[in-house]
Design a protein around this ligand. Sequence first.
Ligand code: PLP
Length: 371
Amino acid sequence: MQFIDLKQQYSIIKPQIDLAINKVLNHGQYIHGPEVFELEAELAVYAGTKYCVTCASGTDALLMSLLAKGIGRGDAVFTTPFTFIATAEVIQLLGATPIFVDILDDTFNIDPEKLEIAIQICNSKGKLIPRAVIPVDIFGLPADYKMIEEIGDKFDLCIIEDAAQSFGGRIKNKKACSFGDIGTTSFFPAKPLGGYGDGGAIFTNDSEIAEKLISIRNHGQGKSKYDNIRIGLNGRLDTLQAAILLEKMKIFPKELGQRNAIAKKYSQNLNQYFTCQHVPEGYESAWAQYSVLAASTKQRSICMKKLRDAEIPTAIYYPKPLHLQGAFNDLNYSAGDFTVAESISQRIFSLPMHPYLSDDNISEICDILIS
Ligand SMILES: *Cc1c(COP(=O)(O)O)cnc(C)c1O
């Protein structure tokens, strides 16, 4: 059994993918060929935003968004410690200061009440200027944007939705990537909409931001190629990945349905024995990961060993919250600062999740876990 089975998906869509790749090889526009712009148009329609700017990775999508907002030294950017390193890494990379905010114990997403308190504390200290919030839609489940957007308005903060894991998720009829001022996603192969390499995209309704992003991803280009009006980077998505993603988009709605059906079966079987991620009313997750909480670190080890003995892979996302990572030593956080994130990191583990997991696979996994 595979944790994420990408080969099985390829075997299903091989003829279309091979054809799409060959088309690019033959037309020869390997950088910013027509497929890139076709994909951007399609993604914007899907997410329900005016603009989509593709880029080289989910990390670049975050970095470029902060660059477009002019965030740097002296600025505070609030985010969750329970996420992949990239979310906070880009803040630090630009010389701004990440301020972590604990998560909710049921959705595992940033706690809006604690966010408001953290902003007030930052304001009262007066050292850093609160500029932005990067909520993460963890494991595919959108954060509480109703509350977060109210806080953003109240304190005049830019909201950058890290939707790297949640492409396809939604709250009522509003899709992930469309919350806040800017939404970013990743096409890393293991994400819900994965390519066959690195890739990412940025979504916004703001034409000024979209324009800046287009310039930033091409070395701060101005009116022509050798006119550079700002500092940018090489953040382009290549044409081959765009061609592959266009084909993957055709099967994406079906795959998303399959992920949701699998998650439902997991939850039905495991709810009594483990704490499953809570999906609030009206929310739909893209189920990048299906994760459960064990009662203790010890119970987690026992469960993971039982599965490993049956050759069923598991993973821990994330074993160490970001405030305890060496990379952020200079921020002077310590154990005990974010007790919810710490407790969850010590007990969480993820089960195999991909659209082609069979009913037999699910039964086998659940039977072992509850035995
Ligand atoms: C994967 C991921 C990223 C980074 O995406 P890449 O495409 O790998 O650069 C950022 N944030 C979160 C929450 C992620 O899961």
